[in-house]
Write a protein that binds this ligand. Sequence first.
Ligand SMILES: NC(=O)c1ccc[n+]([C@@H]2O[C@H](COP(=O)([O-])OP(=O)(O)OC[C@H]3O[C@@H](n4cnc5c(N)ncnc54)[C@H](O)[C@@H]3O)[C@@H](O)[C@H]2O)c1
Length: 220
Amino acid sequence: MSEPIRVAVAGAAGRMGQAVCAAVEGADDMRLTGRADPALGTALADVLGDADVVVDFTRPDTALANALECVAAGVHVVIGTSGFDMDPLFGMRPRPPANVFFAPNFAIGAVLMMRFAAEASQHMAKAEIIELHHDRKLDKPSGTAARTAQLMQGDVPIHSVRLPGLVAHQEVILGDLGQTLTIRHDSIDRASFMPGVLLAVRRVSDLPESPLVGLEHLLF
Ligand SMILES: NC(=O)c1ccc[n+]([C@@H]2O[C@H](COP(=O)([O-])OP(=O)(O)OC[C@H]3O[C@@H](n4cnc5c(N)ncnc54)[C@H](O)[C@@H]3O)[C@@H](O)[C@H]2O)c1
């Protein structure tokens, strides 16, 4: 058997970070080598030396700097943090040896929702998106909603709801003469994101291009 992939998690003390640490520990082909989080007193720099891949679920104001630090250290990075500007990562020339993968949503159902919404928008007159998340989410609109709108035809307004009790939910409502079509996805548990995160960890060292955006590129 080949060597396990050495994975460090940035944002390890957070809601997503804790779930990712547990998922990595449960994967036979991976080893959790570091937990970076100011809440744990561990900086990203402290864990880079022992990692092949960093998984980042932190905050919109730190994800870019973290990704640049990983790439500079030659460590691949899988980013789930949403609400930050990725442009500087696209501007890296020549392409660095370490790859960057970002998915606005790691849940298979959400990827399918985006795909179906994109297709439906080619056949129906207008559409709007309602995205609903827990009230501690920092960014608005969600990365998933922004990406869905980008993939759809026409101008698609986004409405954001933030309430306790929610995890991550989205409705795409399309309207045309005498009818509507609603496509809805619900993540009712953060476990929904873990198979996608592990898939990205396995694939990030071998991407056709970098940065690569969207789990659909690894699934279909
Ligand atoms: N792509 C997806 O599928 C997906 C799914 C869920 C959430 N998210 C996104 O993931 C991010 C994290 O969400 P969450 O609910 O876990 O947030 P959270 O607030 O629970 O956790 C964030 C953690 O990051 C830590 N942190 C802050 N700065 C850091 C730094 N410089 N280095 C390392 N750690 C740092 C914080 O101390 C905190 O523990 C958000 O942007 C959220 O929108 C993405």
